[in-house]
Design a protein around this ligand. Sequence first.
Ligand code: B12
Ligand code: SF4
Ligand code: SF4
Length: 315
Amino acid sequence: MNPNYTNGGDRIRRRALEIGFSKVGIAPASKLCAEGERLAEWLQRSYHGEMSWMLRDPEQRTDPHRIFPAARSVVVVALNYYTQPQHSDSSKTGKVSRYAWGDDYHEVVGEKLRELLSWIKEQWPEAEGKVCVDIQPTMDKGWAVRAGLGWMGKHTNLITQEYGSWVFIGELLLNLELECDGEEIADQCGSCTLCIDACPTGAIAEPYVIDSNLCISHATIESRAPQMREDIDAHLEGWFYGCDICQDVCPWNHATPTTDEPRFEPREGNVNTFLSEILELTPETYATRFRHSAMKRAKLSGLQRNARTLQNRER
Ligand code: B12
Ligand code: SF4
Ligand code: SF4
């Protein structure tokens, strides 16, 4: 190891926490081999549903050098997004998944990681890095497990001991060879199957494996179909955008402290959204209403399809 980087990992970890990340770990930038095999099998079973972008160069998702050839270390961060509000069962509104209540996490996590990279470059002028938050072709959960932030729950979300699964994940690929975190955290799901039993559509095909075709999150966010699939429509349970059922029932998610990040405080109308408001939106009012919100992912046509589907169920 280059002596210039002795204690570099510790300093980067400390700085990441000062910037506001909830957890940070460092892993060597070697390939995610077992994860790559599972990803290939998942794609082969067509569990990616309509997300055909997942088929594009899956090798890139497991090999950081395909994204950033100089990568030597991966700094992995988790950011708590838990806030207090509750969902309503009113038929006039639809439930929004907790991850989309506040500002778009791609922007919030990305901004903090860019701040961390700038600081690293000030300390070590030869440092170069690449910021990754979800949209870059990496396997965020695989890296988080590798860096010791938590374990993969049977619902397939990363679970941390301190914040449950209410965390976003991001990475900083660095050309610096840093000392890495040793042990991965052991799986603590044990014999529990609460998430699998609670999923109304049977989307958790087997422990640790999601069939996106059946997942409400995929149907309400990623699907571009003009009509909701009937077998999903019948089990929506009031979800308008995303779904948190498998996370809400998880015992690890019942004592999460509220996030310190003010941008994750819920925006008005983004916890329980009035269906009539969505159906009245025009492209112009939609653009203003959902500026800097993760809910733009479904596009206006997807949001209006979801609102129509929920309204029709109530008739
Ligand atoms: C595609 C995708 C989806 C798809 C597919 C979900 C999925 N589980 O793959 C859909 C649209 C359904 C989805 C939904 C959601 N998503 Co999403 N999604 C992604 C994305 C872009 C890629 C995930 C991926 O690579 N999937 C492919 C599969 C094969 O990979 P995997 O899930 O890691 O699979 C592993 C397990 O199956 C495991 N495995 C398989 N068999 C076995 C057996 C054993 C014994 C073990 C231990 C493991 C194991 O091995 C695989 C490889 O490691 C990531 C961002 C990113 N770039 O990583 C966000 C990401 C996973 N999503 C996220 C979120 C927040 C959500 C939702 C909660 C949003 C919502 N509320 O609606 C839901 C959760 C639904 C759920 N139960 O998973 C967060 C999760 C944060 C966390 N704490 O884990 C991520 C990481 C984004 C981020 N950067 O924060 N998502
Ligand atoms: S997000 Fe909802 S539909 Fe998808 S696996 Fe979890 S409980 Fe099932
Ligand atoms: S509900 Fe139970 S099985 Fe599912 S992720 Fe949580 S602890 Fe694991």
